[in-house]
Design a protein around this ligand. Structure first.
Ligand code: SAH
Ligand code: F3S
Length: 447
């Protein structure tokens, strides 16, 4: 019987991407088949996240459960990858001696070799080095399920925001060469992918080499991806406000494949806090860019990450964040209370805001954003929307669900699944929930 692989993924979309590459890789090298059941797996991999303390705590509780699986079946191989592995390295093995492999985000392509070596030598292997961008040269062609795919265009981050571990766990920014990215997008499109999400910690810092050595900017890359036949929709995440420049805004003006949704994390609306975070821009700079973007894409929906309770954040700083939220008229946010990360500059700052004040601020912010989301959903009634059809509705027979550019789920009547994976245009007729809508049957079907 084929051996089975179980992967648990924590954290961001970069980790999701890396996990599916691990599955491709071990499928090819060791014929391992993915399973959803850890109990029947021969190899268990935990792809970890260290962005906040809570995420990191989850690693050892999960490993505790896996230890029992290994006690019952000693041949099981347990591997820990991702950002906690990168940060802790050999210390993981000290706390969890039953772990066989420790690998980082940049060394996952070495997994097949590590697996063989582990079998031969019966010792824990640790490789969390940063061998530039070698990993992409060793990955097999992506396997495709469905009509949406992630494409990693760069690794790491060189911004060093004072609160963030990413530059330490994933290394500095390195871009994949232009040809590699376009070739991957073309392969995906030939296998039926219609929507790609370009991934990186700071995608607008993309500086990929063309084969003649010239450097391709992110704006230029977007235009080339849009020109790949079959690619009808492009998303990307995440970008930093500092490099959200006029060239990039110009792409919104002339590239309809680029969705009218932008995730542009601002973190705070107070200049004092932004300076403490070393974001290198002010609230006014952010607003200015959004204003320019709205001028070329009036229907743009903007989402952001916010950190509440950064060391020294006062009531009036928080109020400035709420003011910025109103002015930008954000659609959605991912917001968290600041979490002190060992080894980052902000960990040294005095932090005297009581925990319950931070919790209160977070709640106020989240409630406000939920109200924004609901209002913007309601405002879509009567408009026409282009959807990528996702699947049959689980709840209403004879209905399909499509995703709008701004991520709303739209239910519409259609008798069969023939439209799944295609673009359609519908008219929105009513609200189903905070982020879901009802619509007419397609007025038009693409292709
Ligand atoms: N590259 C992205 C962010 C990656 S981390 C950017 O340009 O912003 C994802 C989000 O996690 C960040 O935007 C931030 O809001 C949050 N985050 C990062 N470090 C954090 C910390 N120490 N405490 C709380 N939230 C944090
Ligand atoms: Fe982290 Fe700032 Fe980079 S949030 S990922 S250091 S842009």
């Amino acid at each position: 019987m084929a051996k089975k692989l179980y992967i648990e993924t924590q954290g961001c979309q970069m980790n999701e991407y890396d996990s599916s590459r691990m599955a491709d890789l071990l499928g090819e090298s060791h014929a391992l088949e993915l399973t959803r059941n850890p109990e029947e797996a021969d190899v268990l991999l935990l792809n970890t996240c260290s962005i906040r303390e809570k995420a990191q705590e989850k690693v050892f509780s999960e490993l505790g459960r896996w230890r029992k699986l290994k006690e019952a079946r000693p041949d099981v191989v347990i591997g820990v990858g991702g950002c906690v592995a990168s940060q802790e390295g050999a210390a993981i093995q000290k706390r969890a001696p039953f772990v066989d492999l420790v690998f980082g985000p940049q060394t996952l392509h070495r997994l097949p070799k590590m697996l063989d070596e582990r079998k031969a030598r019966k010792i824990t292997l640790v490789d969390v080095s940063f061998p530039e961008i070698e990993k992409f040269d060793y990955l097999p062609e992506p396997r495709v399920e469905g009509h949406k795919a992630f494409v990693s265009i760069m690794e790491g981050c060189s911004k060093y925001c004072t609160f963030c571990v990413v530059p330490y766990t994933r290394g500095e920014e390195v871009s994949r060469p232009f040809d590699d990215v376009i070739a991957e997008v073309a392969v995906l499109a030939s296998k039926g992918v219609r929507e790609v999400t370009l991934l990186g910690q700071n995608v607008n810092g993309y500086r990929g080499a063309f084969h003649d050595g010239r450097i391709c900017s992110f704006a230029e890359l977007l235009r080339h991806v849009a020109a790949v036949p079959g690619i009808g929709r492009i998303r990307y995440t995440t970008s930093h406000p500092l490099e959200f420049n006029d060239d990039l805004i110009a792409v919104y003006a002339d590239t309809p494949q680029l969705v009218s949704h932008l995730h542009l994390p601002v973190q705070s609306g107070a200049n004092r806090v932004l300076a403490g975070m070393k974001r290198n821009h002010t609230a006014a700079d952010y607003l200015e860019r959004i204003r320019k973007l709205k001028a070329v894409r009036p229907d743009i929906h903007i989402s952001s990450d916010f950190i509440v309770g950064f060391p020294g954040e006062s009531d009036s700083d928080f109020e400035e964040t709420m003011n910025l939220i109103a002015e930008v008229d954000f659609d959605h946010s991912y917001s968290f209370i600041y979490s002190k990360r060992p080894g980052t500059p902000a960990a040294e700052l005095p932090d005297d805001t009581p925990e319950d004040v931070k919790k209160q601020r977070l709640q106020i912010l989240k409630d406000r954003l939920t109200a924004h989301t609901a209002r913007k959903t309601a405002a879509m009634q009567g408009t026409r929307q282009r959807l990528l059809v996702e699947r049959a509705s689980e709840r209403v027979e004879g209905h399909l669900i499509g995703i709008a550019g701004n991520n709303r789920l739209v239910h519409f009547p259609w008798p069969d699944q023939s439209l799944v994976g295609r673009f359609v245009e519908v008219e929105i007729t009513g609200v189903a929930s905070v982020n879901a809508l009802h619509a007419t049957a397609p007025l038009w079907v693409e292709g």
